[in-house]
Design a protein around this ligand. Sequence first.
Ligand code: 5RP
Length: 267
Amino acid sequence: MEWGMANRFAQLIQPDGHALFLPVDHGYFQGPTRKLEEPRKTIEPLLPYADALFITRGVLRASVDPDNSKPVILRVSGGTSMVGKDLANEGITTSLEEAIRLNASAVGISVFVGSDYEKESLLNLAKLVDDGERYGIPVMAITAVGKELEKRDARYLALACRIAAELGARVVKTYWCEDFSKVTGGCPVPVIMAGGPQVDTELEIFEFVHDGMQNGSIGVNLGRNIWQNDFPIAMIKAIRAIVHGNATPKEAQEIYDSEKNSQAKKS
Ligand code: 5RP
């Protein structure tokens, strides 16, 4: 690996080989989604606990101070919306020149395997990888499912992750699922887990993050289940303890409960 690529990677993946990325890019197709209406307010308190931010250039410029930031993974695909015809019909929205200007440590792009736009999204990934390799910028591929959340099973996700890796992604972000080792085992590059829409209990998140880490994932890129929680700092600290401290789901729950209680007392 070239020095620049290796150095960018080292900014993202910590010395223990694990990573906690905080995604706040959702507005690029969801608009002012719940609890991310004012991104600065969401991002600032969580920043100390994140290893990197996954973010669009617009929110980065407007809502993150350049002198008090974390490494940036720039979301560079988009062009669709929740109310449009098809979320899968994405293009590349941001040039590599812009990514370099913004001092991004990596760029991220969604691929939509099995959709009507499978070929376009995969060729977008391949083109981005060509450019990224030229400038030493790692590309993170996101195995997106659009509104079809039921696609999140090992067979589909293993297929999508492997294809993304074959096309040159340096990291693949996917969803956790049952039999997650089938996904990580078939993917020759590091796999990071997204969270998906907010679930009912914190323990569900701690359990899947723990299971994913035990089964070959290097970490998370987990957003709504952190910042849509009523106690986001408690949530990110608990998840961090699993990712970087090898905590069990029960220990993570204890961390969450104790942080929640002390924050509740202060307010
Ligand atoms: C949405 C994304 C998010 O970065 C990804 O889905 C992770 O966030 P969450 O945990 O909220 O699903 O790609 O555009």
